[in-house]
Ligand binder design. Structure first.
Ligand code: GCU
Length: 381
């Protein structure tokens, strides 16, 4: 009798283990941090490039230029210096650029570390005049905590529409040799590329500590922030707020938004190769815990919201938890638990942070407070 009951008990008790994930340490699992850095990390990054996010045609353009178009040393009633910088670049398809809004705290010691938000909402959410203030980007709070508050509009790098990549960074660079059909970069990768160009600017500003900077994004912006942090190791902290499918959430959970739905609704976000995995998540050679592991040994923070089932909070938590072995190769702590915390009980003890906020899909003051607390540990060396 027991013989027959045993498999049934296993099925009931172990549903979570049904989730078989690719080894986070790589296909020939890394045994040391050197092995990870030299062999398995580049291999993992290449798999994400080839199958999901696509290949950017270039890194920092030789002709990248910065023009200070507005400066106000008494912004926020004297608490900050506002600088608006026009970042320009050109390629075979002509010139493009974007505006970077930067509030540098006047009181804190210089150079100041900071947070760069990839803004996926409208300009009214990041108003540099501060007539309109929004919890999505609480610049006053960020400055009061001694950090630079910086942001740019994602759409300036690539419009968030299926427009044949005829604008922004795509317009400038895609006709180097035509867009490659399979792994050419798409919109999310262009937003991530923009974050790196903003960091190029920070490196030139003596008031800003570019070596202690976080990149953060919400939802589709969170997907871009993770891709920016994975590619650009100059970012000290990468923050994914409710990034969900093809952000922090594990594809193999097949919960909430799935690969086929995201590719159908947003065909311009990822490279064409990604469409090969519509309804075939198990065939992906990687999963999103490996994207998070690409941040190691740097800090990374994943956040979910309790009413955001579409983004699969549990899949986001598990991805963060399963990045742990790569941190351990460096002798560091990751999340160090496989038990999802209760709402509003952040985990901040290792290099991988996590919280589940009560409420809906959003980026708000509560989330920012957690990111600033985590930043106090990892951005102030
Ligand atoms: C949609 C999309 C998500 C995305 C979200 C957002 O819901 O399906 O993948 O994260 O929009 O950016 O707000």
């Amino acid at each position: 009798m027991f013989k027959y009951l045993l498999p049934l008990i296993f099925c009931l008790v172990l549903p979570a283990s049904a989730l078989e994930l690719p080894n986070v340490l790589g296909s020939s699992p890394a045994k040391s941090k050197e092995d990870w850095i030299k062999i398995q990390r580049p291999k993992t990054l290449e798999l994400f490039t080839k199958h999901i996010y696509g290949r950017a045609p270039l890194g920092k353009p030789d002709n990248l230029s910065f023009e200070l178009i507005k400066e106000d040393p008494r912004a926020m009633n004297g608490a900050a210096t506002l600088k608006i910088i026009k970042i320009s670049y050109s390629g075979p398809g002509g010139e493009s650029g974007f505006k970077l809004i930067t509030f540098i705290p006047n009181k804190s010691s210089k150079p100041a570390p900071g947070y760069l938000l990839i803004c996926n909402r409208g300009p009214e959410n990041i108003d540099p005049t501060r007539k309109k203030k929004d919890d999505f980007w609480p610049a006053e709070t960020i400055v009061a905590r001694g950090y630079v508050a910086a942001t740019f509009l994602n759409a300036d790098l690539s419009t968030d529409k299926d427009l044949n990549f005829d604008n922004g960074a795509h317009k400038s660079f895609d006709n180097y040799d035509g867009r490659r059909p399979g792994d050419a970069w798409a919109t999310i990768a262009a937003w991530a590329w923009g974050a790196s160009r903003a960091l190029d600017y920070f490196e030139t500003d003596p008031a800003i500590d570019a070596s202690n900077f976080a990149v953060i994004g919400h939802s589709r912006g969170g997907k871009a922030a993770l891709w920016a942090g994975a590619n650009d190791e100059r970012f000290t902290l990468t923050i994914s707020n409710n990034s969900g499918c093809t952000g922090a959430a594990l594809a193999r959970r097949k919960h909430g938004e799935r690969v086929a739905s995201i590719n159908k609704a947003f065909p311009h976000w990822f490279c064409e190769n990604y469409k090969n995995f519509n309804d075939e998540e198990n065939d992906l050679p990687i999963d999103q815990h490996q994207l998070i592991a690409l941040m190691a040994p740097r800090a990374v923070y994943i956040a979910s919201a309790s009413k955001d089932d579409w983004a699969d909070p549990r899949g986001e938590f598990l991805a963060a938890a399963h990045a742990g072995p790569v941190y351990r190769l460096f002798g560091l702590k990751g999340l160090e638990t496989m038990t999802m915390p209760k709402p509003d009980k952040p985990i901040h003890s290792g290099r991988v942070g996590y919280h589940l906020r009560t409420g809906k899909h959003d980026l708000n003051q509560y989330d920012w407070e957690q990111y600033l607390n985590f930043g106090d540990k990892h951005l102030r060396k």
